[in-house]
Design a protein around this ligand. Structure first.
Ligand code: AMP
Ligand code: ZN
Length: 496
């Protein structure tokens, strides 16, 4: 089977050729833990998860590392030298406000002035969400999900190497900068040149601190700051690392090789984050390559627009589960499916209708799997990827993860008459090892609220009020509010 993916670095489809097959080393830029991750963030993380699961289905052994950014992400990080404040340091105010507004429980973060408590709280929230959504690497915490704050030494070593070999310098203001002019390839990933970075890009790399730098696009590796809320001793004074150096240092340290097979992140990571990662990694190691394949899924839109808090279209997974989008509770497997069902290089539009369609597909797939599992006494036949359905499914995904074609294969198969339940069960398990929409292969087996609400409605329509009342009472006991609406029963988690 020919496997090819689109490489942002070369702007074309390329055959997939890991350095040491079947091993695949994959690094995914992870969450910043100063707030809850939203469904857009999860779309990007789910892309990496589906990609990893597909490679596993085709026989690769994937070692994926995804970092937790608990320091260094700056308030103005879309400029190369990331001015502004460390976002973890600015979270304090927001946490206080959230507590006052009741969007964070009172006992959530005992001391909002302690950035480690803030990071701990949002890391736990992230892991819970990511596991419910079936993101495999979240089950490998902490081994494969390192906190940036626990790898400051590795960052120091890299900075020292860059200073020693002339790719970095200490400026008059004491800040350690990477010198972009020392790396002629700077700009290759994002299609920028040093000249257009100065003149164009709406002044994105220009900053008021330019005076200290050799080139306006130079970005900081270490910023000494005695008064900073999170700081570490260093040869360049107590301070904190730049965001980009975290990923370079942690990826090579944890994956154990200087050249990675795959590096992923959202499209806004291309510049400056990944451009800077390439520059400092190649210059520190002396290798012309850092990651061979760079993949960047497009952003998620909500009802056709950027997510916006003021327009009420900014959703966390919990918002979706509680029915803020559809008016009905949504199971994590439905959200997962909704976020993975389109091609990763098209902008996905998250809509109420989309969620309802996804709920139908997930229900159909689950009911089918349960039915054949029962008929086959849970014993799948032995098959491999040469099975005609799996062949079509994997070939679609082998073509730059073409999910729409892969799902068309699944839908066509579900519509067929399938005489052998053992074989059908094996096919469904293999498909679901990538989709991850049944609890056995992915999403957390949370209370399937929608299914229970449907059961209540069904019992009522059959005048089986004992069952309806029992199911309703069980939900109430678990902390849900139950309403009867013209569309049927709705259960919603009581908000604090
Ligand atoms: P952050 O926690 O802000 O570092 O973001 C985590 C990941 O989510 C990054 O890879 C971003 O590129 C990605 N991201 C941010 N906003 C969106 C969005 N609306 N849709 C998809 N991915 C996003
Ligand atoms: Zn990163």
């Amino acid at each position: 089977m020919n496997i090819q993916f689109y490489n942002t670095l070369t702007n074309r489809l390329e055959p997939f050729e890991p350095l040491e097959p079947p091993k695949v080393l994959m690094y995914t830029c992870g969450p910043t833990v100063y707030d809850f991750s939203h469904i857009g963030n999860f779309k990007t993380f789910l892309f990496a998860d589906v990609f990893r699961r597909f490679l596993q289905l085709t026989g690769y052994h994937v070692h994926q590392v995804m970092n937790i950014t608990d320091v260094g992400h700056m308030t103005d990080d879309d400029v190369a030298d990331a001015t502004g404040e460390d976002k973890m340091a600015t979270a304090t105010m927001r946490v206080r406000e959230a507590k006052k507004a009741g969007t964070l429980p009172d006992d959530a973060i005992g001391d909002p002035d302690d950035p480690y408590q803030i990071a701990r709280y949002y890391t736990d929230a992230f892991l819970e969400d990511a596991r419910a959504l079936g993101i495999q690497v979240a089950y490998e915490y902490p081994e494969n999900m390192p906190h940036a704050t626990q790898h400051i030494d590795a960052m120091h070593s890299m900075i020292r190497a860059l200073l020693d070999n002339g790719h970095a310098y200490v400026a008059d203001d004491g800040v350690v900068y990477f010198s972009v002019q020392s790396f002629p390839e700077y700009g290759t990933l994002s299609g920028n040149s040093l000249d257009n970075l100065i003149e164009g890009s709406g002044g994105r790399v220009l900053s008021e601190h330019q005076a200290h730098k050799k080139h306006p696009a130079d970005f900081f590796l270490w910023k000494p700051d005695e008064h900073h809320i999170m700081k570490w001793d260093s040869p360049w004074g107590p301070g904190y690392p730049g965001w980009h150096i975290e990923c370079s240092a942690m990826s090579m340290k944890l994956l154990g090789r200087k050249v990675l097979d795959i590096h992923t992140g959202g499209e806004d990571n291309i510049f400056p984050h990944h451009e800077c990662e390439i520059a400092q990694s190649c210059c520190a190691t002396g290798n012309p390559q850092f990651a061979r394949l760079w993949m960047h899924p497009r952003f998620l839109l909500v009802e056709g627009k950027k997510m916006s808090k003021s327009k009420g279209t900014f959703y966390t997974p919990a918002d979706v589960y509680e029915g803020k989008v559809t008016g009905r509770p949504v199971h994590p497997s439905v959200l997962r499916f909704e976020l993975i069902k389109t091609h990763y290089r098209t902008q996905t539009n998250f809509t109420q209708k989309g969620i309802l369609d996804s709920a139908n597909t997930v229900r159909r797939f689950n009911e089918f799997t349960q039915k054949v599992a029962g008929e086959a006494d849970n014993e799948p036949a032995e098959i491999d990827n040469t099975h005609p359905v799996l062949k079509d499914f994997t070939e679609a995904l082998a073509d730059d993860l073409n999910m729409s074609v892969a799902l068309a294969v699944v839908h066509a198969w579900l519509g067929q008459d399938l005489p052998d339940p053992h074989e059908a069960l094996a096919v469904s398990k293999a498909i679901d090892s990538v989709l991850g929409i049944t609890s056995q292969n992915g999403t957390a087996d949370n209370t399937d609220l929608e299914a229970i609400c449907n059961q209540i409605d069904k019992a009522r329509s059959e005048k089986d009020y004992d069952t309806a009342d029992r199911l309703r009472d069980e939900l109430i006991e678990q902390g849900y509010e139950i309403r009867t609406t013209p569309e049927g029963t709705v259960a919603q988690k009581k908000l604090a």
